[in-house]
Design a protein around this ligand. Structure first.
Ligand code: C6P
Length: 406
């Protein structure tokens, strides 16, 4: 079904404004997506109508808040096609989800001399937790190389796999380049060596249909704010049989069955991993974001985004002195680019003066930038509410950057 983009834009009040006297063009969706009115209203009605702590009160408001919170868990389960809601853990974001696995699964099951594989494409949040684990444990971090297009080299990946490989932790979609990794193949090859696989789905979840059972992913991490939901909220999917063997990551209220000064027993899944009062309002509102996506249809969203990507690739590719960084065959709607002789930050500043929001810099992927031999890029990332006219505005903006700075 062809989406009515102008109608969709009306669902996002932030898009109506002007920046520096120019109509806002928001092309920083890989950093965070804007929020539709249904999500903003859900937050308001939660705080106005049934704000209470959950899982502990027996009063009306507590029961209503608990029900709404757990309703979101059911929606996330369906969104990822997990087997059960016990496999859905609420975290503070993708970063927190990865840290949970590193500190729980990693601490218990990864030992000195064991190997963890990540790729050159990783975001810092899928590098640093493993470095921290390796520092403490004496395990070894190995890096899967990429080609110049920004694609993982599968033959090199296969060479790195061995019985020593305990975990492969790889991004599904690169935030800096938009590359879609062949994640099912990566998972199957790791499993053949008995290694577990964590997928960083921070970028993939907004563009691609995710079926954790079909992928056979052991862990899948995502952030709500990339899915039109609130910031500071994420999900860790984990296979139930794995999560059951893992120790809790944080201790406190909510995650216990019984506490004495001598010994504590832990709550069942998923609560074992959800210590303290969670981000209740944002969890409640997240359901409305997922329902919003469901109503538009992920395939319809992807179809529009792919058209935007094709259009932008053609238009930007025709600008003299502009190089698109990241030319993988399989890409989502992210275009990173550099302009000859112009620093990416200056591109961002001059585009901002024209009301165009892009991200510039290393995109929290410094090792990737080092591999590509550049300090950073300017990155335009498109979402369902973006239009072809906005891409035309970006082209005009880039031409202005060139005129002013070259
Ligand atoms: N990337 C970007 O502009 P958090 O911050 O925990 O919600 O997500 C971290 C993260 C992990 N992996 C990938 C692939 C990501 O893209 C991100 C967030 C944003 O590209 C902000 S740095």
């Amino acid at each position: 079904m062809k989406l009515d983009i102008n109608k969709i834009r009306q669902d996002f009040p932030i898009l109506e404004q002007s920046i520096n006297g120019k109509k806002l063009v928001y092309f920083d969706n890989a950093a965070t997506t804007q929020k539709p009115t249904v999500v903003i209203e859900a937050l308001k009605s939660y705080y106005e109508g049934y704000n209470a702590n959950i899982h502990r009160g027996i009063h009306h408001l507590a029961e209503k808040a608990t029900a709404a919170f757990e309703e979101t868990r059911k929606t996330v389960r369906a969104f990822l096609n997990a087997k059960t809601t016990e496999e859905i853990i609420f975290t503070y974001g993708t970063t927190d989800s990865i840290n949970l696995v590193a500190n729980s699964y990693g601490q218990k099951f990864i030992s000195e001399g064991d190997e963890i594989l990540i790729s050159t494409l990783e975001h810092h949040s899928n590098i640093v937790p493993w470095q921290m684990l390796c520092e403490g444990k004496g395990c070894i971090l190995k890096i899967i190389p990429i080609n110049d297009a920004g694609e993982i080299i599968l033959e090199e990946y296969e060479k790195l796999l061995s019985p020593k490989t305990k975990l492969v932790s790889v991004v599904h979609v690169s935030n800096a380049l938009g590359t879609i990794n062949p994640i099912k193949t990566i998972i199957d090859k790791a499993h053949a060596f008995g290694a577990k696989v964590l997928v960083d789905g921070a970028q993939a979840c907004s563009h691609i249909d995710i079926d954790v059972q079909a992928l056979d992913a052991d862990f899948y991490a995502l952030s709500a704010h990339k899915l039109f939901g609130p910031t500071g909220l994420g999900v860790l999917y984990g296979k139930k049989e794995l999560l059951e063997t893992m120790p809790p990551y944080r201790g406190g209220g909510e995650m216990i069955k019984e506490v004495t000064f001598e010994k504590t027993t832990y709550a069942d899944l998923p609560y074992k991993f959800e210590a303290g009062t969670p981000n209740i309002a944002d969890v409640v509102a997240f359901k409305f974001a997922l329902d919003y996506i469901q109503n538009l249809g992920k395939t319809n969203i992807a179809a529009h985004e792919n058209e935007l990507l094709a259009y932008a690739t053609e238009k930007l590719g025709a600008i003299e002195g502009l190089t698109i960084i990241g030319t993988a065959k399989e890409k989502v709607s992210v275009i990173s680019f550099i302009l000859e002789g112009i620093h990416p930050q200056d591109i961002g500043i001059i585009l901002d003066q024209q009301g165009i929001a892009v991200r510039t810099g290393h995109h929290c992927t410094q090792p990737l930038m080092q591999r590509l031999g550049i300090p950073g890029t300017a990155r335009a990332s498109f979402s369902v509410y973006n239009t072809f006219e906005e891409i035309d505005a970006l082209v005009v903006g880039i031409l202005k950057v060139k005129k002013l700075l070259s």
